[in-house]
Every structure is written in C-alpha cells, then in structure tokens.
Design a protein around this ligand. Structure first.
Ligand code: ATP
Ligand code: MG
Length: 565
C-alpha cells in the first residue's frame, strides 16, 4: 500500500510505516529494564519502585500464576484501581502465558457477572478493600470464577495497615476467607521468579488482552487485542512524539501523572506502555481527586499529564489554580471523548501549556488520530491518522461506499493496531468489519490535508424533522456559555419532529444559573433552527462512564421512562 496523501502533513521526521514488527507485550518492560534498571518506575503514595524492582516482582508473580495453573487459554481478570499490583500482575499474567481481562473496579454486580461469564475469567485479582473484595467474593460459587488473588495496600505501601486511602468509600478492609480459593498477593510472589517462559508463535495473531468497550452506547463488548495490536500502537505513539522536536521528551527523565485508569485501553497502552519505552516514572493515582492531582502536578514536578476532557474542565475551573506551579508540564494530552474547544483554549491560556488531542477507541488499542504538538492546529479537528493507520470514510447507510475528501460519513480504520474481533460475538465482528475495514461507529470527515474531524457518534445522531442533528455541535455551542462546566445533549421524542434535542447542563461552581429562554437567546446565532434544543435540565452532576466520559445512556433511559409513564 502506498503512503496516504496526508503523509506530507506529518510532523518533520515522521513517515508512514505499515510494517511494524509485532512483539510480545512484555518485551516493552524487558527492554525498559535493560536500559533503566535503577531508575524509579512506580510511585504509589510515596512508596517507590525501581524498574529492576518491578521486573523482579513481575517474574515472581509470573511463577506464582503458573503455579495456580495460568498458561495458554487461561483468562485472568484484573479488578484493580491504579496501584502497583496492577502493573505487576498485568505483565506477570502475560509472561505466564495467560490472557488479561481488564475489569473496572467500579463495575456493579450485574456487569461483573456478565463480564466474568462472557470472558470466561477463572481467576481474578483484586484488593481486600470493602469497596472491592465483597463484589468478587460473591462471584465465587455463583459464576465460573474459581480463585481470587487478594492484594492488600500494605503489600505496596510503607504505611501501617489502616492507612487513610483516597478511595471515596470502602477504605475499610474486608473480611477475606482463608481457604484454597483465596491466594494472597504476598504468597503469589513468594518464590524465586524462575517461571517457564511462554513462547509466542505469532505475536500479531495471539490474543493477549480482552478489553471491554466503554459501554457508552450499549452493552460492553470484549475486544480481542493481540500482542501485535498493542506493540504496534505503542510504536505509533512513539513515532509521533519522539520525532517531534517541539516536544523533546527525554529518556529516563519524564514524570507521568497516572490518573487515567490502567484498566482502560487509553491509560494502559497510550500512557503506561508507551511511556515505559522512554523509562518514565509513574505517579499512580487510584482516582481523580482534583486537589490531589493539582498538588502532585506541582509538588512532583510532573512533565506528562494525560487526561480526559472532564478532568481538564475541572482543572480550568478551579478557583485556586493560580496558587500552583505547573511549569514542569511538557505534555498534556486529551482523549477518550471530544475535547470542547473552549476547554482546550482555556487550559492553554491559564497554564501556558499546549495540549494535544487524540481520538481512538478500545478496538484500535486505542490508536486513531493525534494532533501535532506545537504544530498546525485546526479548530475542532482531532488531528491526523497516526503513521500506519489508514482512515477511510464510508457512507453511513452503505458500508461499502467510499466517500471523498470533506464528505461526512462513518470513519473506518485499517491497521496493525485494529483488534482481531469481538470475543464470542461473531455477528458484531462481521458487522464491524464489513468490507474488510473496521467501522468505528463515529461519523466524521477528512479534509484535503488529511485532518480528521469527528462529527459525532453514529448512535447519538438525532433525527429531527428530517434533519440529521449531531448533539456534539449543540454541546460545543453550549460550552461557549460562561456559566457552563459540563453539557450533554440527547434526542427526546417529539410529537411533530420525531425527535428533538434536550440539553443537560452542569454549571461551574458559583456560576449564575440561567433560564431556558436565556439559553436559547445565547444559542440563536450559533445553531440552526433544527438544532435548537427543545428542553434543558440543569443538574448538580451529569452521569459519567467509569473513565469519566459524559454518558448519555442513563439520560436516554430516564427520558424513555418519562415518556412511557
Ligand atoms: P461502547 O463502544 O461500548 O459504546 P465507547 O465507544 O465509549 O463504548 P471506548 O472504546 O472507550 O468505548 O471509546 C471510544 C469512543 O470514544 C470513540 O469511538 C469516540 O466516539 C469517542 N472518542 C474518543 N476520543 C475522542 C475524541 N478525541 N473526540 C471525539 N470522540 C472521541
Ligand atoms: Mg465504541
């Protein structure tokens, strides 16, 4: 395949490359250990681990997992927030030859039950906190789950047992039975670390991770990500930033604030795995607490801070932001959801730091597009396809019909980063890969230089009076209102137009509320008539997915119930 037309828009030095060398995922850690062994790798609430220390624990955990029967075909779940256990167990399971199934530790019982059965998870790793362990304990004997590896915070902390840990609730320790179904993390790693290496015959084909999609539009699906998918993605992000002189990332010197969950593909491959290749130090935060994050950005002189738009929106609206010194920051990246232009502008204004934006998804591990740090920026665009990714636009109603430059349609991706398929869902897989391209479910277009513009999700489109209305356009306009901190728009039933738009809004702290009429006046010159919301609801909080994306499905459900009653 020849290089696509947008190659000439790449940052200097970056070229389109298609043939990546697929490798086992753990080579990322092993290569980093070979280069940075004594350097600090993880920092968890003041306790540090060098690269060598992490590697030693990984090997011992790998042997421990093999002693539990982990090997080819065995699925091990990680039900963990960002603690060192996550990093250690992630690599250890893979080295032992098993597959990792990532769970969100906030998954409710029903979701958890579904994912355990669907993914065929036999062993789960979790923490002994009341907020986490009991959910897993319930699954023993009631699902196929057979064993639980129980981690404790004192395993990885210098503090006494009952330390105050910044998980909102459930800091308390849960009662964990002492029987052969429960294995302590400390016992798992109590060995000489001589595990039997697992030979990966074809890294491009061997599935390493089952990664569930965010569940923003429906039931989460397990994306089968291979060793090759992940290493290709890490290579793509690396190629993009390492060749960019404006960025000047330094090997062994960068300090990453890791508040994005590692159980999500963005935190896992775009941040953890990518930044391991440059020997970065990771400051782990188990959840987003604004003050704790800002304090660490300041005190730990963080240079790399990847986040999602809601995090940046909270930061720019923080009244005491100017009391903190954020001058060490080099690289802020937003992804996972649309970054409102207003939030990006304000972040750059108040901190003096440029921000880049990426678009991607679970199924693409998650590489998609990226803007250029310090380079050309087009308002509303999420950048160029990363090197090695082919983006094509097809007709929304006909997946085989290709669209031209500047024509809107469904965005499709082809590349070595694209998943093998959905686990146990042959129909969904066939639909997603119609015509051989992966259909992202996002609607957008490519301009003449290859810049990608996301219009919205296909599923979120509102059909109003015969017009296709994209909520994102309305959201962007509402974000321009000085009192608005967060906003999400959905379609509600409309007797005359079929559907119309309803806006849900969270105001900035201490902002003056406004009436619906005032909002409409504000939007009058920004939106077409067919886009004008038919209703508004101001709330103290808006529903979010577990990674912090604004979520529409709860609101859609609420409106459906209302309409039915
Ligand atoms: P599900 O597929 O289960 O409904 P999900 O799509 O939210 O959930 P993810 O794979 O975590 O699960 O999210 C990927 C999606 O997030 C993309 O398809 C896109 O809609 C949205 N997204 C990610 N980054 C951006 C961005 N920079 N701009 C706009 N949308 C984005
Ligand atoms: Mg999706």
């Amino acid at each position: 395949m020849t290089a696509p037309f947008w190659e000439k828009s790449y940052p200097a030095g970056v070229t389109w490359a298609q043939n990546f060398q697929a490798k086992p995922i753990w080579t990322i850690l092993d290569d980093a250990v070979a280069r940075f062994a004594p350097n600090p790798c993880l920092d968890f609430m003041g306790k540090g681990y060098s690269y060598a220390a992490v590697s030693d624990l990984v090997d011992r955990a790998a042997k421990g997992f093999q002693q539990l029967g982990v090997g080819p075909g065995v699925h091990v779940g990680l039900f963990l927030p960002n603690t060192p256990h996550y990093v250690i167990c992630f690599f250890a399971i893979l080295k032992a030859g098993g597959r990792v199934v990532n769970y969100s530790p906030l998954d409710a019982e029903r979701e958890l039950r579904y994912k355990i059965e669907d993914s065929q998870t036999d062993i789960m790793v979790t923490l002994d906190l009341k907020a986490l362990y009991p959910n897993i304990g319930k699954m023993l004997g009631t699902t196929r789950l057979k064993k639980v590896v129980v981690c404790r915070l004192p395993d990885v902390l210098p503090f006494p047992k009952n330390l105050l840990f910044p998980l909102a609730k459930g800091k308390e320790i849960a009662q964990v039975p002492k029987d052969d179904k429960h294995i302590r993390f400390t016992d798992l790693v109590a060995n000489d670390g001589r595990y039997t290496p697992h030979p990966v015959k074809d890294p491009a084909e061997e599935v390493a991770i089952l990664q569930y999609t965010g569940g923003t539009t429906g039931q989460p699906k397990g994306a089968m990500l291979t060793h090759g998918n992940i290493t290709a993605t890490v290579h793509m992000y690396g190629a993009w930033t390492e060749k960019n002189d404006a960025l000047q990332l330094e090997d062994g010197k960068e300090r990453v604030l890791m508040v994005l969950p590692m159980f999500h593909i963005y935190g896992l491959s775009a941040v953890l795995l990518r930044m391991l290749t440059i020997g970065a130090q990771f400051f782990l935060h188990p959840r987003f607490e604004l003050k704790a994050v800002i304090e660490d950005l300041h005190k730990k002189k963080i240079s790399i801070f990847p986040g999602v738009p809601t995090m940046y929106a909270a930061i720019v609206n923080m009244a005491t932001l100017k009391d903190y010194d954020l001058s060490a920051l080099k690289f802020c990246a937003s992804g996972g959801a649309p970054l409102p232009v207003e939030v990006q502008d304000k972040f750059e204004q108040v901190t003096g730091h440029k921000m880049i934006e990426g678009w991607g998804m679970t199924e693409t591990s998650p590489a998609g597009t990226q803007t250029i740090y310090g380079g050309k920026r087009k308002r509303g665009s999420c950048g160029l396809p990363l090197p090695g990714i082919m983006i094509e636009i097809v007709d929304v109603d006909d997946p085989l019909k290709l669209k031209g430059v500047n024509e809107t349609g469904e965005i499709c991706i082809t590349g070595p980063n694209v998943m093998k398929g959905y686990w146990n869902k042959p129909e969904a897989t066939a639909e997603a890969f119609a015509g051989g391209r992966f259909h992202t479910g996002d609607v957008g277009y490519l301009d003449e230089e290859g810049y990608v513009f996301i219009v919205d999700r296909k599923k979120d489109m509102i059909l109003s009076g015969g017009f296709n209305v994209y909520p994102r356009n309305i959201e962007e306009a509402i974000y321009e209102h000085p009192s608005v901190e967060e906003c999400t728009v959905i379609g509600i039933p409309d007797q005359y137009r079929g559907q119309s738009a309803k806006a849900f809004i969270k105001l900035k702290p201490d902002a003056k509320p406004f009436t619906f009429d005032e909002l409409k006046t504000f939007l009058k010159d920004k939106l077409g008539k067919h886009e004008m919301p038919a209703a508004m609801d101001i709330r103290d909080a808006l529903p979010k997915t577990l990674i912090g994306k604004l979520s529409k499905k709860e609101l859609v459900e609420e409106e459906k119930q209302k309409a039915a009653s």
